[in-house]
Design a binder for this molecule. Structure first.
Ligand code: BTN
Length: 252
């Protein structure tokens, strides 16, 4: 295990209101469960060095050996009238920026919730709604070796270590992630996704790629300023479709 996400290690790297309070368990089922229904204030964060039942999207598991990853959930209290799926992009942008700060490489966002580095998935976002609050879970593969990454993931996984050859202090990365999430989330609260669109659009991984969306072939056009994905369908008539949600797989 490289370092730990215990409070004593992370506290020196917390610079804003996100991460306060900070809940830490060496091992738990899922950090999401530490916050769901907890009534904690916005910015409360729960982290663990190991999850025994880490949750991914589409009912999948999120698995990582103990002490290799950033595994964190953050409590958000978004305004009631907002389009909440946008929060996946808000969190993905924060994770991309934190990864860029650590590695010096450009990270990308694969709509709607994946963070990509050098065409490998290094991070994922799971936002769950409960009692008008959102628990935003972020997993980043940091120090896994190649054989510690899942074999059966739909998008080929990587870790910061497999892609750069270096290992990283997870507590520093988590502090940076929470600080960036706070700033980007505040921007979203204030001005919506359109205020962040330049940063999201510049990191749009799928733009121009051949994809399948829930099994249907298309070419991804772009993440729209409203957070939905625009695609051209492959029916020869140049038809444009706008996709609200779904599982997107891409061809290399
Ligand atoms: C995905 O890409 O499928 C989303 C993965 C989200 C994983 C994170 S790790 C921290 C938090 N706790 C969980 O159980 N899941 C999220």
């Amino acid at each position: 295990m490289t370092g730990t996400l215990a409070a004593a290690h992370v506290a020196p790297h917390l610079r804003g209101r996100f991460g306060k309070p900070y809940l830490y368990e060496p091992e738990c089922e899922s950090t999401q469960l530490l916050l769901l229904g907890s009534g904690l204030p916005e910015g409360a964060a729960a982290a663990a060095d190991h999850q025994t039942g880490g949750k991914g999207r589409h009912g999948r598991q999120w698995m990582a050996p103990a002490g290799t990853s950033v595994l964190v959930s953050v409590m958000l209290h978004p305004p009631a009238d907002r389009h909440l799926p946008e929060l996946s992009l808000v969190a993905a942008l924060a994770a991309a920026e934190a990864i860029e700060g650590a590695t010096g490489l450009t990270a990308q966002i694969k709509w709607p919730n994946d963070v990509m580095l050098n065409r490998r998935k290094v991070g994922g976002i799971l936002c769950e709604l409960s009692d008008a609050t959102v628990v935003c879970g972020i997993g980043i593969n940091v120090n896994q070796t190649r054989d510690e990454l899942p074999l059966d993931a739909p998008t080929e996984p990587g870790s910061l270590r497999t892609l750069t050859g270096a290992t990283y202090d997870r507590a520093v990365l988590l502090g940076s992630l929470l600080f960036r999430l706070e700033r980007i989330y505040d921007g979203w609260r204030h001005g919506g996704l359109s205020d962040l669109y330049g940063e999201i659009g510049a990191r749009d991984f799928l733009r121009g790629r051949h994809v399948t969306i829930d099994g249907n072939e298309a070419v991804a056009s772009m993440i729209r300023p409203d957070g939905r994905l625009e695609v051209w369908t492959g029916n020869g008539h140049g038809e444009t479709r706008v996709v609200e949600s779904g599982e997107v797989l891409f061809f290399r």
